[in-house]
Write a protein that binds this ligand. Structure first.
Ligand SMILES: *[C@@H]1O[C@H](CO)[C@@H](O)[C@H](O)[C@H]1NC(C)=O
Length: 301
């Protein structure tokens, strides 16, 4: 029997297909970052580039120089996500730094640094927190995937109570506000987001890796996409974009990060990473701190 219109369930799927496509494209447009608007390439003499309709940023490093960029905005608290795809192959001696930092001598800083390695050997993900110019709080990890094969999301959650470093949504490190026991916590100085790709074979060598950057493999290239700072408080002319929002909007779903607690599931994930992938923890380094590890160590997981 011939029928002029398709049976209703096919019509339904067709409608869905069209609607899903429209909704999907809207979501994609809404979440696409615009690197040209959000960042400025600050050094590298053309080695840093914004590509693909401002949706992709590339940094490169060769014997002449590395390159770097910084955010247009300064933030005082926020949840910031970025996807990075790191230098593939023999990247030994290179460092890709991705961090928040304030200015001045007593600056605050929240660091992700990716230390390159020989082909087939794992990258080290190095993290640190500085408050009021003082760091020395390194923790290092291996990753549970190859960070050069594809883009992965690296996030910083920063509110007045804690700083949480996450990789693909899995928390790898928490730095709690322990001002109550006299540990300074970054909470008064707005920070900008920075990233750079540079040659650190001196530093890496001092760190015990006796491998020099192999310049025959240059240029070394890293890519960035999907920057998301929708849930961040932009600091401008002494005011925060978050305090100007009404209290009800601050507590609404979009801004739960402002007071985000660490739930049980997140604590379990954090423990899993720390048990299986952590390779250095300043809190365990009694050789380095013969007088005793820093006081916050007693209260940090
Ligand atoms: C490179 O990989 C080796 C393991 O093969 C590891 O011992 C070393 O710490 C890694 N170095 C860096 C800088 O990632």
């Amino acid at each position: 029997m011939a029928s002029s219109s398709p049976p209703s369930k096919y019509r339904f799927s067709l409608v869905c297909l069209v609607l899903c496509f429209i909704v999907g494209s809207l979501v994609a447009v809404a979440s696409a970052s615009n690197f040209n608007q959000d960042f400025e390439i600050t050094w590298g003499d053309g080695r840093g580039k914004i590509l693909d309709n401002n949706e992709l940023l590339m940094l490169s490093l060769d014997k002449g120089s590395g390159s770097g960029f910084q955010s247009t905005n300064e933030y005082l608290f926020g949840k910031i996500d970025m996807q990075l795809k790191l230098v593939p192959g023999n990247s030994a001696g290179t460092v890709t730094a991705y961090y928040l930092a304030s200015e001045g001598l007593t600056w605050d800083e929240i660091d992700f640094e990716f230390l390159g390695n020989l082909s087939g050997d794992p990258y080290i993900l190095h993290t640190n927190v500085y408050s009021q110019g003082k760091g020395n709080r390194e923790q290092q990890f291996y990753l549970w995937f190859d960070p050069t094969a594809d883009f992965h999301t690296y996030s910083i959650l920063w509110n007045s109570q804690r700083i949480v470093f996450s990789v693909d949504g899995t928390p790898i490190r928490e730095f709690k506000n322990l001002e109550s026991i006299g540990v300074p916590f970054p909470k008064n100085q707005p920070m900008r987001l920075y990233s750079s790709l540079w040659n650190a074979d001196d530093w890496a060598t001092r760190g015990g890796l006796l491998v020099k950057t192999d310049w025959t493999k240059a240029p070394f290239v890293a890519f960035y996409r999907n920057f998301n700072a929708i849930n961040a408080c932009v600091w401008s002319s002494g005011a925060s974009s978050c305090t100007s929002k009404s209290p009800s909007s601050t507590s609404s779903a979009g801004n739960t990060w402002l007071s985000q607690e660490f739930d049980l599931a997140s604590q379990e994930k954090l423990k899993w990473v720390q048990r299986n992938y952590m390779i250095y923890n300043y809190c365990k380094d009694t050789k380095r701190f013969p007088q005793g590890v820093p006081q916050e160590c007693a209260l940090l997981s």
